[in-house]
Design a protein around this ligand. Structure first.
Ligand SMILES: [Zn+2]
Length: 463
């Protein structure tokens, strides 16, 4: 049986980790409350190397490395004590193993003892689609409504959830509090994938987050996404990305473009919403999604009134679709092979890839860009500088590089520093950091002078 790492333990709780610590993928953090002897789990990510066709429905942001796919088995011994499962957001590396988890739980503890699933309204709809695809019944849920809400799990344990900025709507982070004595609490902040930006980006969501953290700090433990601990500065904002996309659209319209295709991740509704506004301002006649993933996610966004995307008019046409990573079943990939029923490319069509190549995925993207540039011989393909460099010394003449055409949902060094200044943690547990970046992570955290968990000083293994 696969063992999981115990990251922290004291008389009131222990925090373990099945995956996600030194990799991107299978995030899963079980927490044991010792006095009342029950567990919760935070996130239930897809096991690395097991991505299948359903990824066309909920597309994959993260690079996922190869490893075992049965990591959930090690939960079997404690399943009868897991009472709640909290999901930060519905990217596959955080929520993709939910159908597998509940199938296993039904077998082990039966239908009446399943953990209650806590997620945002957007997370609920996305996850429902995942269960439908797997032809599985949806478990009992508790919705994490609004920008901030709290729930008491027992006499001693309370969880507050609040929304944080990431590249998918309704991303939640959690404050887990265990009552000690009097009005003293042991406090853990579980920070989902996040980026903060300078002055927190100025949104109402960010203001609520700052208020909640200021009210609850200092934290005994902060567990946080530090994927880009090696990138200086702040992560670029969606505003800057969309303003860049807008400039490119303007240039293509001046050149008489009639059909423009923008490709990126379906779940980044904020970006699609803002690109829609730009398109309107530029007088583009229609903006609509093509393909199952994009149509499903836009539909969910519209049903929750998070989004009004499609509109119809006259003039040039703007299409949003997936396939920016040349995923095998995505519309743009199929269209580049002439195999898509949904998207027929004109030879005058222009294509914008609002993306960076996921490391290791260079070859399929490069081949797709070359095919697209040949089909759309009288249009243009606009890609990020790193994608352009991947084309090598002989790039097609109608492919152009454009800086700032994409931004990540993960914070860089200054975003992380800002979080730690805000939360004032006693002890930090970084996660989402691939093994190759562990050296950079250590140097970065040392420079901030914080106490942090080092995998080499692992406390031991929990069965
Ligand atoms: Zn994410």
């Amino acid at each position: 049986m696969h063992k999981h790492h115990r990251l922290f333990s004291n008389p009131c709780l222990s925090i373990s980790c099945l995956g996600g610590l030194r990799e991107v993928g299978r995030n899963c953090f079980p927490i044991h409350f010792k006095q009342e002897d029950f567990w919760i789990e935070i996130d239930c990510g897809k096991a690395p190397g097991s991505l299948g066709a359903e990824d066309a429905i909920v597309d994959q942001e993260a690079h996922v490395s190869k490893s075992s796919s049965h990591y959930l088995d090690s939960l079997k011994d404690i399943l009868h004590k897991i009472k709640h499962l909290f999901i930060t957001h519905s990217h596959l590396d955080h929520a993709g193993a939910l159908p597998e988890f509940y199938a296993m739980a039904r077998e082990v503890v039966g239908d009446d003892n399943l953990p209650i699933l806590h997620l945002s309204p957007f997370g609920e709809k996305m996850t429902e689609a995942m269960f439908e695809y797997n032809e599985q019944e949806f478990p009992q849920i508790a919705k994490l409504e609004g920008l901030c809400s709290s729930v008491s799990l027992s006499n001693l344990v309370k969880v507050t959830s609040f929304t944080v900025p990431h590249s998918i709507p309704g991303t939640k982070s959690f404050i887990i509090k265990v009552k000690l004595s009097g009005d003293k609490w042991f406090k853990v902040l579980f920070m989902s994938d996040f980026r903060l930006q300078e002055n927190y980006g100025g949104s109402q969501m960010a203001q609520v987050m700052v208020d909640v953290l200021c009210a609850e700090r200092p934290f005994d433990i902060v567990i946080a996404d530090m994927l880009y601990c090696d990138r200086p500065g702040y992560t670029q904002s969606e505003d800057e990305t969309v303003s860049t996309v807008g400039k490119v659209l303007g240039r293509l319209l001046v050149k008489g473009a009639k059909q423009i295709i923008v490709s990126g991740f379906a779940s980044n509704l904020e970006r699609w919403q803002m690109i829609g506004k730009k398109a309107r301002d530029l007088g583009i006649g229609s903006f609509h999604p093509k393909g199952t993933a994009m149509e499903t996610v836009w539909g969910i966004g519209e049903s929750l009134e998070l989004f009004d995307g499609e509109y119809l008019g006259f003039g040039s046409e703007l299409i949003a679709c997936t396939g920016s990573q040349a995923e095998p079943y995505a519309v743009l990939t199929l269209a580049s092979l002439g195999e898509s029923q949904r998207l027929r490319l004109h030879k005058e069509a222009s294509i914008i890839l609002s993306s960076e190549i996921i490391p290791g995925n260079e070859a399929p993207v490069v081949e797709m860009v070359r095919r697209l540039s040949a089909i759309c011989s009288e249009g243009y393909a606009v890609v990020s500088p790193s994608t352009y460099r991947a084309l090598g010394t002989n790039p097609p003449e109608n492919v152009f590089a454009q800086a700032n055409i994409h931004n990540s949902g993960h914070g860089s060094q200054l975003d992380i520093k800002l979080l730690l200044q805000l939360a004032k943690p006693e002890f930090v547990i970084p996660y989402h950091v691939p093994i190759g970046k562990q050296g950079a992570l250590g140097r970065f955290l040392d420079s901030l002078g914080v106490n942090y968990f080092q995998p080499t000083t692992m406390l031991g293994l929990d069965s």
